[in-house]
Design a binder for this molecule. Sequence first.
Ligand SMILES: Cc1ncc(COP(=O)(O)O)c(C=O)c1O
Length: 372
Amino acid sequence: MGEMISFATLERQRDLLRDRIDAAIARVLDHGQYIMGPEVAAFEIALAAFTQASHVVGCANGTDALTMVMMAEGIGPGDVVFVPAFSFVATAEAAAQLGATPYFVDVEEGSFNLDPASLGRAVEDAANGRFGRSRLVIPVDLFGQPADYTTIGSIAQAAGLTILSDAAQSVGGVADDRAVGTLAPWTTTSFFPSKPLGCYGDGGAVFCDTEEKAELLRSLRFHGKGSSKYDTVRVGLNSRLDTLQAAILIEKLTTLAPELERRQAIADRYSSALADIAEVPRVRAGARSAWAQYTLRIADRNAVAERCKAAGVPTAVYYPRPLHLLGGYEGYPVVPGGCPISERLCGEVLSLPMGGYLRDDEIDRVISVVRG
Ligand SMILES: Cc1ncc(COP(=O)(O)O)c(C=O)c1O
């Protein structure tokens, strides 16, 4: 077995940026404004510029970002929130936490994203109100590729649903010349360390399209504050982005564009070498993935994963179970006909090493081990 390949090459990024990040952390220690220091707003402005989003509001993590948007929309008991069954649990958890009803919809085979046809069936099924009022749909840009917001948008509009884009994995992605962060009225993301733009702990943000919404989010993340700290005007959360994490993110944002280019090149290299033995990920025309993960579908997934492990090639299974079959979520509604694609994907998907600093010789080694 050769040397273990890095799954996300985060340590190479750390080595590249170490001096700048050390200096950024030292500046925070010097000024001492650990909560809502100047780096928070500076990072929000930099990320808004990167994505062309009107407003970015940082918060403590990607799950809180989802929760804050739902609080801003007044989602609660008696409300139905449509979510894909193939995602990380946080997408459904935020709705359930607020007492709303997550309703599970199936995904498309090629993109792994919310299937508009399945959403259409779900909306019809829920139209008589037996699960509550249909309020929101949360498309997830799984593994970095934007969901089909155009088609989902028409269904949502006809049904009176608001769209919240869960872009935890897709900052840097593009659809029809528009960047993730601008594809829906509300977009949330996560800066969990392994995300394409990750910090060194927990962090998250909401992208929105009006100053009024941004102001509401700034209140919600700070215990529902009004014009001053102790003037509370609504029930909120403690969900601020740490100054230290913002300082780190400012530095990391400077290398995101070349990293995205490199991720695309790696994905292209994998896809051309593996398309004859596996279902390689498909990206819609006009869309660009941020390639948070490179995920293929392969027969004998577990045997391939074992072979990779033995040869020093780390792999991961995102996700082994669909959301509607997870503990705590079995009681919630599922689209008529169920979510067979989500269930099948859970048994077939395998994510290969992917990161902005993976070398060509390492990619070739991964390819040769996967081919067996
Ligand atoms: C699709 C998706 N939604 C939400 C989250 C939640 O983000 P966080 O871990 O920052 O709370 C994650 C990642 O962890 C995710 O992958």
